[in-house]
Design a protein around this ligand. Structure first.
Ligand code: ADP
Ligand code: MG
Length: 383
Protein backbone atom coordinates (compact mmCIF):
# COMPACT_ATOMS: atom_id res chain seq x y z
CA UNK A 1 0.00 0.00 0.00
CA UNK A 2 1.36 3.47 -0.84
CA UNK A 3 1.53 5.92 2.11
CA UNK A 4 -1.73 7.69 2.68
CA UNK A 5 -1.04 11.39 2.14
CA UNK A 6 -2.29 13.86 -0.40
CA UNK A 7 -0.03 13.56 -3.39
CA UNK A 8 0.93 16.75 -5.29
CA UNK A 9 -0.19 16.81 -8.89
CA UNK A 10 2.23 14.53 -10.68
CA UNK A 11 5.07 16.18 -12.57
CA UNK A 12 5.87 14.73 -15.90
CA UNK A 13 9.42 13.49 -15.34
CA UNK A 14 10.08 13.80 -19.02
CA UNK A 15 9.22 17.52 -18.95
CA UNK A 16 12.76 18.78 -18.21
CA UNK A 17 12.20 22.55 -18.65
CA UNK A 18 9.27 22.39 -16.24
CA UNK A 19 11.27 20.46 -13.68
CA UNK A 20 14.09 22.90 -13.99
CA UNK A 21 11.76 25.87 -13.51
CA UNK A 22 10.28 24.16 -10.42
CA UNK A 23 13.75 23.64 -8.99
CA UNK A 24 14.94 27.21 -9.52
CA UNK A 25 11.66 28.64 -8.28
CA UNK A 26 11.73 26.73 -5.03
CA UNK A 27 15.21 27.93 -4.08
CA UNK A 28 15.16 30.85 -1.66
CA UNK A 29 18.68 30.63 -0.24
CA UNK A 30 20.33 31.44 -3.55
CA UNK A 31 19.54 34.13 -6.10
CA UNK A 32 19.65 32.14 -9.36
CA UNK A 33 19.08 34.11 -12.55
CA UNK A 34 20.17 34.56 -16.10
CA UNK A 35 21.75 37.54 -17.80
CA UNK A 36 21.90 38.13 -21.54
CA UNK A 37 25.28 38.48 -23.17
CA UNK A 38 25.37 42.23 -22.29
CA UNK A 39 24.51 41.78 -18.62
CA UNK A 40 20.77 42.53 -18.66
CA UNK A 41 18.67 40.41 -16.27
CA UNK A 42 16.47 37.86 -18.09
CA UNK A 43 15.03 35.69 -15.31
CA UNK A 44 14.58 36.03 -11.55
CA UNK A 45 13.81 33.57 -8.74
CA UNK A 46 12.46 33.73 -5.14
CA UNK A 47 16.04 33.68 -3.82
CA UNK A 48 16.67 36.89 -5.78
CA UNK A 49 13.56 38.46 -4.24
CA UNK A 50 14.64 37.42 -0.75
CA UNK A 51 18.31 38.33 -0.98
CA UNK A 52 18.24 41.44 -3.18
CA UNK A 53 14.71 42.70 -2.47
CA UNK A 54 13.59 43.21 -6.10
CA UNK A 55 10.38 41.72 -7.52
CA UNK A 56 10.80 40.15 -10.98
CA UNK A 57 8.98 43.02 -12.74
CA UNK A 58 11.29 45.57 -11.09
CA UNK A 59 14.46 43.90 -12.21
CA UNK A 60 14.00 41.91 -15.41
CA UNK A 61 15.32 43.91 -18.38
CA UNK A 62 17.58 46.10 -16.23
CA UNK A 63 21.37 45.88 -16.10
CA UNK A 64 22.93 43.73 -13.39
CA UNK A 65 25.47 46.42 -12.49
CA UNK A 66 22.74 47.88 -10.22
CA UNK A 67 23.61 45.14 -7.69
CA UNK A 68 27.15 46.51 -7.34
CA UNK A 69 28.27 49.38 -5.15
CA UNK A 70 28.55 52.74 -6.94
CA UNK A 71 32.33 52.66 -6.63
CA UNK A 72 32.60 49.23 -8.25
CA UNK A 73 30.01 49.96 -10.92
CA UNK A 74 31.84 53.21 -11.71
CA UNK A 75 35.13 51.33 -11.99
CA UNK A 76 33.64 48.92 -14.54
CA UNK A 77 33.84 45.86 -12.27
CA UNK A 78 30.51 44.26 -13.40
CA UNK A 79 31.49 44.06 -17.07
CA UNK A 80 34.97 42.91 -16.20
CA UNK A 81 33.50 40.04 -14.20
CA UNK A 82 31.40 38.97 -17.21
CA UNK A 83 34.49 39.12 -19.43
CA UNK A 84 36.40 36.95 -16.94
CA UNK A 85 33.56 34.42 -16.90
CA UNK A 86 33.48 34.30 -20.72
CA UNK A 87 37.27 34.06 -21.07
CA UNK A 88 38.00 31.61 -18.25
CA UNK A 89 34.79 29.58 -18.21
CA UNK A 90 33.76 30.82 -14.76
CA UNK A 91 33.96 33.79 -12.44
CA UNK A 92 33.62 33.39 -8.68
CA UNK A 93 34.28 35.84 -5.88
CA UNK A 94 33.07 37.29 -2.62
CA UNK A 95 32.21 40.95 -2.42
CA UNK A 96 29.84 43.61 -1.15
CA UNK A 97 26.60 44.04 -3.13
CA UNK A 98 23.66 46.39 -2.74
CA UNK A 99 20.03 45.45 -1.99
CA UNK A 100 17.07 47.34 -3.38
CA UNK A 101 16.72 49.29 -0.11
CA UNK A 102 20.33 50.47 -0.43
CA UNK A 103 21.73 48.27 2.36
CA UNK A 104 24.86 46.25 1.62
CA UNK A 105 25.36 42.52 2.00
CA UNK A 106 28.37 40.28 1.54
CA UNK A 107 27.75 38.08 -1.49
CA UNK A 108 29.35 34.90 -2.70
CA UNK A 109 28.95 35.09 -6.47
CA UNK A 110 29.42 32.59 -9.28
CA UNK A 111 28.98 33.55 -12.96
CA UNK A 112 29.03 30.90 -15.69
CA UNK A 113 28.90 31.73 -19.39
CA UNK A 114 26.22 30.03 -21.51
CA UNK A 115 27.37 29.07 -25.00
CA UNK A 116 25.30 28.02 -27.99
CA UNK A 117 27.99 26.42 -30.05
CA UNK A 118 30.56 29.19 -30.35
CA UNK A 119 28.09 31.98 -29.67
CA UNK A 120 27.90 33.50 -26.16
CA UNK A 121 24.18 33.86 -25.42
CA UNK A 122 24.28 34.87 -21.79
CA UNK A 123 25.35 34.06 -18.26
CA UNK A 124 24.00 31.98 -15.38
CA UNK A 125 24.48 33.76 -12.11
CA UNK A 126 24.21 32.40 -8.58
CA UNK A 127 24.47 34.70 -5.58
CA UNK A 128 24.44 33.71 -1.92
CA UNK A 129 24.16 36.10 1.04
CA UNK A 130 27.06 35.28 3.38
CA UNK A 131 26.79 38.39 5.56
CA UNK A 132 25.63 36.38 8.56
CA UNK A 133 28.58 33.98 8.28
CA UNK A 134 30.99 36.87 7.82
CA UNK A 135 29.61 38.72 10.83
CA UNK A 136 29.72 35.69 13.10
CA UNK A 137 33.33 35.06 12.00
CA UNK A 138 34.11 38.69 12.83
CA UNK A 139 32.46 38.32 16.25
CA UNK A 140 34.38 35.12 16.93
CA UNK A 141 37.67 36.72 15.92
CA UNK A 142 37.02 39.77 18.12
CA UNK A 143 36.20 37.49 21.08
CA UNK A 144 39.39 35.47 20.48
CA UNK A 145 41.49 38.63 20.36
CA UNK A 146 39.88 39.94 23.57
CA UNK A 147 40.48 36.60 25.29
CA UNK A 148 44.15 36.47 24.20
CA UNK A 149 44.56 40.05 25.34
CA UNK A 150 43.17 39.33 28.81
CA UNK A 151 45.20 36.10 29.10
CA UNK A 152 48.36 37.99 28.20
CA UNK A 153 47.71 40.69 30.82
CA UNK A 154 46.80 37.97 33.33
CA UNK A 155 50.18 36.27 32.74
CA UNK A 156 52.14 39.52 32.95
CA UNK A 157 50.16 40.34 36.12
CA UNK A 158 51.19 37.07 37.80
CA UNK A 159 54.84 37.57 36.89
CA UNK A 160 54.76 41.18 38.09
CA UNK A 161 53.10 40.19 41.32
CA UNK A 162 55.79 37.61 42.13
CA UNK A 163 58.58 40.07 41.29
CA UNK A 164 57.01 42.89 43.27
CA UNK A 165 56.61 40.71 46.37
CA UNK A 166 60.22 39.51 46.28
CA UNK A 167 61.51 42.97 45.54
CA UNK A 168 59.48 44.42 48.39
CA UNK A 169 60.98 41.93 50.83
CA UNK A 170 64.50 42.83 49.68
CA UNK A 171 63.74 46.53 50.01
CA UNK A 172 62.49 46.00 53.55
CA UNK A 173 65.86 44.47 54.47
CA UNK A 174 67.71 47.36 52.77
CA UNK A 175 65.59 50.05 54.49
CA UNK A 176 65.92 48.42 57.92
CA UNK A 177 69.69 48.10 57.56
CA UNK A 178 70.01 51.75 56.45
CA UNK A 179 67.99 52.73 59.52
CA UNK A 180 70.31 50.81 61.81
CA UNK A 181 73.46 52.27 60.17
CA UNK A 182 71.96 55.77 60.45
CA UNK A 183 71.54 55.27 64.20
CA UNK A 184 75.19 54.31 64.61
CA UNK A 185 77.02 57.01 62.72
CA UNK A 186 77.69 60.70 63.29
CA UNK A 187 79.87 61.10 60.20
CA UNK A 188 78.16 63.75 58.00
CA UNK A 189 79.56 62.23 54.77
CA UNK A 190 78.03 58.86 55.59
CA UNK A 191 74.77 60.49 56.67
CA UNK A 192 74.53 62.20 53.25
CA UNK A 193 75.12 58.91 51.47
CA UNK A 194 72.53 57.26 53.69
CA UNK A 195 69.96 59.92 52.78
CA UNK A 196 70.57 59.32 49.07
CA UNK A 197 70.19 55.56 49.59
CA UNK A 198 66.98 56.14 51.58
CA UNK A 199 65.47 58.31 48.80
CA UNK A 200 66.29 55.66 46.23
CA UNK A 201 64.70 52.99 48.46
CA UNK A 202 61.57 55.12 48.85
CA UNK A 203 61.28 55.35 45.07
CA UNK A 204 61.71 51.58 44.93
CA UNK A 205 58.91 51.12 47.46
CA UNK A 206 56.61 53.37 45.40
CA UNK A 207 57.46 51.42 42.25
CA UNK A 208 56.72 48.05 43.85
CA UNK A 209 53.42 49.44 45.10
CA UNK A 210 52.48 50.40 41.54
CA UNK A 211 53.51 46.97 40.31
CA UNK A 212 51.44 45.33 43.03
CA UNK A 213 48.44 47.33 41.81
CA UNK A 214 48.86 46.03 38.28
CA UNK A 215 49.32 42.46 39.52
CA UNK A 216 46.20 42.85 41.66
CA UNK A 217 48.21 42.27 44.82
CA UNK A 218 47.53 45.69 46.30
CA UNK A 219 45.57 45.68 49.53
CA UNK A 220 42.49 47.68 48.58
CA UNK A 221 40.45 49.46 51.19
CA UNK A 222 36.98 49.21 49.71
CA UNK A 223 34.16 51.49 50.81
CA UNK A 224 30.80 52.34 49.24
CA UNK A 225 31.33 55.57 47.31
CA UNK A 226 29.45 58.00 45.11
CA UNK A 227 31.82 58.46 42.17
CA UNK A 228 30.26 61.76 41.11
CA UNK A 229 30.93 63.28 44.52
CA UNK A 230 34.48 61.93 44.45
CA UNK A 231 35.14 63.42 41.02
CA UNK A 232 33.72 66.80 42.03
CA UNK A 233 35.91 66.76 45.15
CA UNK A 234 38.95 66.15 42.92
CA UNK A 235 38.02 68.73 40.33
CA UNK A 236 40.63 71.26 41.31
CA UNK A 237 43.45 68.71 41.36
CA UNK A 238 42.36 67.35 37.97
CA UNK A 239 42.14 70.87 36.57
CA UNK A 240 45.72 71.55 37.69
CA UNK A 241 46.90 68.30 36.08
CA UNK A 242 45.13 69.27 32.86
CA UNK A 243 46.86 72.71 32.88
CA UNK A 244 45.39 75.93 31.50
CA UNK A 245 45.88 74.77 27.93
CA UNK A 246 43.07 72.21 28.30
CA UNK A 247 39.39 72.64 28.66
CA UNK A 248 38.20 70.08 31.25
CA UNK A 249 34.47 69.32 31.20
CA UNK A 250 32.62 67.13 33.69
CA UNK A 251 29.52 65.38 32.40
CA UNK A 252 28.13 63.37 35.34
CA UNK A 253 24.96 61.28 35.09
CA UNK A 254 22.69 62.12 38.04
CA UNK A 255 21.63 59.69 40.77
CA UNK A 256 24.21 56.98 40.09
CA UNK A 257 24.24 53.94 42.40
CA UNK A 258 27.19 53.52 44.78
CA UNK A 259 30.24 51.43 43.96
CA UNK A 260 32.44 49.65 46.49
CA UNK A 261 36.03 50.59 45.72
CA UNK A 262 39.28 51.97 47.10
CA UNK A 263 39.02 55.77 47.15
CA UNK A 264 42.69 56.63 46.64
CA UNK A 265 43.10 54.11 43.82
CA UNK A 266 40.14 55.62 41.99
CA UNK A 267 41.54 59.10 42.47
CA UNK A 268 44.93 57.94 41.16
CA UNK A 269 43.25 56.29 38.15
CA UNK A 270 41.34 59.39 36.98
CA UNK A 271 44.42 61.52 37.59
CA UNK A 272 46.46 59.10 35.43
CA UNK A 273 43.88 59.30 32.65
CA UNK A 274 43.61 63.08 32.69
CA UNK A 275 47.43 63.35 32.70
CA UNK A 276 47.63 61.03 29.68
CA UNK A 277 45.05 63.14 27.83
CA UNK A 278 47.02 66.27 28.63
CA UNK A 279 50.22 64.66 27.31
CA UNK A 280 48.38 63.70 24.12
CA UNK A 281 47.45 67.33 23.35
CA UNK A 282 50.62 69.37 23.33
CA UNK A 283 48.83 72.40 21.89
CA UNK A 284 45.75 72.22 24.06
CA UNK A 285 42.41 70.57 23.55
CA UNK A 286 39.33 69.24 25.24
CA UNK A 287 39.16 66.61 28.01
CA UNK A 288 35.74 65.26 28.90
CA UNK A 289 35.31 63.31 32.12
CA UNK A 290 31.93 61.62 32.26
CA UNK A 291 30.05 59.05 34.32
CA UNK A 292 27.10 56.89 33.31
CA UNK A 293 25.24 53.72 34.26
CA UNK A 294 25.82 50.91 31.78
CA UNK A 295 24.86 47.27 31.28
CA UNK A 296 27.91 45.22 30.33
CA UNK A 297 29.67 41.93 30.93
CA UNK A 298 33.26 41.22 31.96
CA UNK A 299 35.51 40.52 28.93
CA UNK A 300 36.13 36.96 30.14
CA UNK A 301 32.41 36.27 30.69
CA UNK A 302 29.59 35.38 28.32
CA UNK A 303 27.43 38.25 27.03
CA UNK A 304 24.45 36.72 28.88
CA UNK A 305 26.09 37.54 32.21
CA UNK A 306 25.35 41.22 31.85
CA UNK A 307 25.00 43.41 34.91
CA UNK A 308 25.14 47.03 35.96
CA UNK A 309 28.36 49.02 36.06
CA UNK A 310 29.14 52.64 36.76
CA UNK A 311 31.28 53.71 33.83
CA UNK A 312 33.79 56.55 34.25
CA UNK A 313 35.18 57.79 30.97
CA UNK A 314 37.99 60.18 30.11
CA UNK A 315 37.89 61.28 26.48
CA UNK A 316 40.23 63.61 24.62
CA UNK A 317 40.70 64.82 21.07
CA UNK A 318 44.44 64.33 21.16
CA UNK A 319 46.93 62.45 19.00
CA UNK A 320 45.34 59.03 19.61
CA UNK A 321 47.23 55.74 19.97
CA UNK A 322 48.86 53.95 17.03
CA UNK A 323 46.98 50.74 16.20
CA UNK A 324 50.06 48.59 16.84
CA UNK A 325 50.42 50.10 20.35
CA UNK A 326 46.81 49.72 21.43
CA UNK A 327 47.22 46.12 22.59
CA UNK A 328 50.24 47.06 24.70
CA UNK A 329 49.41 50.30 26.51
CA UNK A 330 48.07 48.55 29.63
CA UNK A 331 51.31 46.61 30.11
CA UNK A 332 53.50 47.92 32.93
CA UNK A 333 56.44 50.01 31.65
CA UNK A 334 55.00 50.41 28.17
CA UNK A 335 55.50 54.06 27.26
CA UNK A 336 56.04 56.08 24.11
CA UNK A 337 57.19 59.09 26.11
CA UNK A 338 60.75 60.28 26.63
CA UNK A 339 62.74 59.03 29.58
CA UNK A 340 61.70 61.04 32.62
CA UNK A 341 58.33 62.00 31.12
CA UNK A 342 56.61 58.61 31.15
CA UNK A 343 56.93 55.64 33.47
CA UNK A 344 54.50 53.43 31.59
CA UNK A 345 52.71 52.68 34.86
CA UNK A 346 49.65 54.91 34.50
CA UNK A 347 47.37 52.69 32.46
CA UNK A 348 48.60 49.55 34.22
CA UNK A 349 47.43 51.13 37.50
CA UNK A 350 44.06 51.86 35.89
CA UNK A 351 43.84 48.30 34.59
CA UNK A 352 44.92 46.65 37.86
CA UNK A 353 42.61 48.78 39.97
CA UNK A 354 39.58 48.15 37.74
CA UNK A 355 40.06 44.38 37.57
CA UNK A 356 40.88 44.00 41.24
CA UNK A 357 37.66 45.90 42.00
CA UNK A 358 35.61 43.39 39.96
CA UNK A 359 35.40 45.62 36.90
CA UNK A 360 37.30 46.17 33.67
CA UNK A 361 38.71 48.80 31.34
CA UNK A 362 38.00 49.65 27.74
CA UNK A 363 40.08 51.62 25.26
CA UNK A 364 38.89 53.33 22.09
CA UNK A 365 41.43 55.28 20.15
CA UNK A 366 41.98 56.42 16.61
CA UNK A 367 45.38 57.64 15.47
CA UNK A 368 44.85 61.44 15.24
CA UNK A 369 41.21 60.93 16.26
CA UNK A 370 41.43 61.10 20.05
CA UNK A 371 41.28 58.56 22.84
CA UNK A 372 38.62 57.40 25.29
CA UNK A 373 39.48 55.20 28.25
CA UNK A 374 36.57 53.78 30.28
CA UNK A 375 36.67 52.27 33.75
CA UNK A 376 33.73 49.97 34.48
CA UNK A 377 33.11 49.37 38.20
CA UNK A 378 30.35 47.03 39.38
CA UNK A 379 27.37 48.58 41.12
CA UNK A 380 27.12 47.73 44.86
CA UNK A 381 25.06 44.58 45.33
CA UNK A 382 23.83 45.63 48.81
CA UNK A 383 23.78 49.39 48.90
N1 ADP B 1 44.94 59.68 26.08
C1 ADP B 1 45.97 59.17 25.40
N2 ADP B 1 46.26 59.63 24.14
C2 ADP B 1 47.30 59.15 23.44
N3 ADP B 1 48.12 58.16 23.90
C3 ADP B 1 47.90 57.66 25.12
C4 ADP B 1 46.82 58.14 25.93
N4 ADP B 1 46.84 57.44 27.09
C5 ADP B 1 47.88 56.57 27.00
N5 ADP B 1 48.52 56.71 25.82
C6 ADP B 1 49.68 55.92 25.36
O1 ADP B 1 49.85 54.83 26.24
C7 ADP B 1 51.16 54.83 26.79
C8 ADP B 1 51.11 54.28 28.21
O2 ADP B 1 50.40 55.15 29.07
P1 ADP B 1 50.71 55.08 30.62
O3 ADP B 1 50.59 53.66 31.08
O4 ADP B 1 49.88 56.10 31.32
O5 ADP B 1 52.24 55.46 30.70
P2 ADP B 1 52.98 56.89 30.47
O6 ADP B 1 51.90 57.94 30.48
O7 ADP B 1 53.89 56.99 31.63
O8 ADP B 1 53.68 56.75 29.17
C9 ADP B 1 51.60 56.27 26.69
O9 ADP B 1 53.03 56.37 26.63
C10 ADP B 1 50.97 56.72 25.38
O10 ADP B 1 51.71 56.28 24.28
MG1 MG C 1 50.51 58.07 31.96
Amino acid sequence: MPPNHNPAPPVDLADEPRQFALLVNSVTDYAIYMLDANGYVRTWNPGGIRIKGYQPEQVIGTHFSRFYTDEEAGAGVPLRNLQTAAAEGRFSAEGWRVRQDGTRFLASVVIDPIWNGSELIGFAKITRDITERFESEQRLQAAQVALMESQKLEAIGLLTLGLAHDFNNLLTVVVNSLDVIGGRTQDPRITRLLETAMRASDRGVLLTRQLLTFGRGQVLIAEALDLNALIVANRELLGRAATDLMQLTLDLAPALPMVEIDRSQFEAAILNLVSNSRDAMAHGGHIRLSTSLKRAHLPAEAPQQERLFVCTEVADNGCGIATEHQARVFEPFFTTKDVGRGSGLGLSQVFGFASQSGGFTELHSLPDGGTTVSIYLPVCENP
